[in-house]
Design a protein around this ligand. Structure first.
Ligand SMILES: *[C@@H]1O[C@H](CO)[C@@H](O)[C@H](O)[C@H]1NC(C)=O
Length: 340
């Protein structure tokens, strides 16, 4: 009997040793994975709050950001695009169904692959705050919901007409810096984000993030209190300004980034030149916990890519029997549950 017990004991010892090694391996992989900022998924909320043809540039600003985050890997399912006007279909648009951000008109931003989630009069302060905080009515379609969690990094980009501590929506209402800070606070309490990167291009933009008081939010804006945000240039064929200066120079940097880039937000902020931009961009990082030279641009403008993990999950081995195939599939499923 004693022998049986000791054999059993040895077995338990072996098993627990094996499983703790496996756990340690998994643990270190998980840690390596999370050291990139602790997120497992990315979302982008891109908002143009202006109506009317002469605000063409605000739509172009937003569509430029949309194109950038898609190019860097955020899928449409994780992008909430809000456009208060549809300049592409405006009767005054000499090039119907297009939106350009440059007078050279190299690239049609509207193209044939744009999913607008909130358009026209749907772009309201209430809808925006409900979307952020997740307090939407049950019949709200998936495309209009921010389905983020405490592992999500969220890029929030806004552009339109603003002033001291407010941003106009349409021509009718405005969101205040307090409303926005409160929405982010609710998001924090409801564990709807891991980190937020807030970027805003409007007059007196930097006042919009002055009331934030929730953790892990990094913010930047185009201009300080009392300062306008200027357009970059006009397309005289279309007859309107086609992009704002601050967004233009952000894009100039982002255009040189690809999914594998190690460029950081410190690198991006380092390019901000008030003379070139014609206003003083601001950066607020006191609520943020990581040093900016460790924050990759793709932590917010891209999607979580982990080639190592993918290889680990789908080993390219030849299966010599059905049993092994089943076993591999099971492992895959388990691992997927752990990471996503
Ligand atoms: C980024 O950094 C990693 C790790 O140091 C390196 O392997 C990779 O080649 C770098 N990527 C680029 C595009 O420089």
């Amino acid at each position: 009997m004693a022998r049986v017990w000791s054999l059993l004991f040895i077995w338990i010892a072996i098993l627990s040793c094996y499983s703790s090694t496996a756990n340690a391996d998994q643990q270190s992989e998980v840690e390596g994975f999370f050291s990139q900022g602790g997120h497992t998924n990315n979302w982008a909320v891109l908002v143009c709050t202006s109506r009317f043809w002469f605000n063409y540039r605000h739509v172009a600003n937003t569509l430029s950001m949309y194109r950038t985050v898609k190019r860097l890997g955020i899928p449409d399912s994780n992008i909430i695009l809000m456009l208060a006007d549809d300049v592409s279909c405006n009767a005054r648009n000499k090039y119907p169904a297009t939106v350009y951000n440059n007078a050279a008109r190299f690239l049609d931003l509207y193209g044939d692959n744009v999913e607008v989630d909130y358009r026209g009069y749907e772009v309201t302060v209430e809808n925006f705050i409900r979307m952020l905080t997740g307090r939407v009515s049950p019949d709200t379609p998936r495309s209009k919901r921010l389905l983020s969690d405490d592992r999500s990094n969220i890029l929030v980009y806004m552009t339109g007409h603003g002033g001291d501590e407010f941003l106009k929506f349409q021509d009718a209402e405005e969101i205040s810096a307090y409303d926005l800070a409160d929405a982010f606070k609710q998001m924090s309490e409801k564990k709807r984000y891991n980190e937020i990167f807030f970027m805003i291009d409007t007059c007196q933009a930097n006042t919009m993030y002055s009331k934030f008081d929730s953790p892990n939010i990094l913010a930047t804006g185009s201009s300080e209190l009392g300062e306008s945000s200027f357009s970059h240039h006009t397309d005289y064929e279309i007859g309107v300004a086609v992009i704002d200066s601050y967004t233009y120079y952000n894009l100039e940097f982002l255009e040189n980034i690809d999914m594998t880039s190690n460029k950081t937000l410190q690198d991006l902020f380092g390019t901000y030149d008030p003379v070139q931009i014609s206003s003083h961009p601001g950066i607020r990082s006191d609520l943020f916990h990581r040093p900016l030279d460790k924050v990759k641009v793709t932590d917010f403008f891209g999607n979580v890519q982990n080639v190592e993990l993918t290889r680990y999950r789908y080993p390219l081995v030849e299966h010599d029997s059905w049993t092994e195939e089943v076993k591999t599939t099971t492992t895959t499923t388990t691992t997927t549950t752990i990471y996503f």
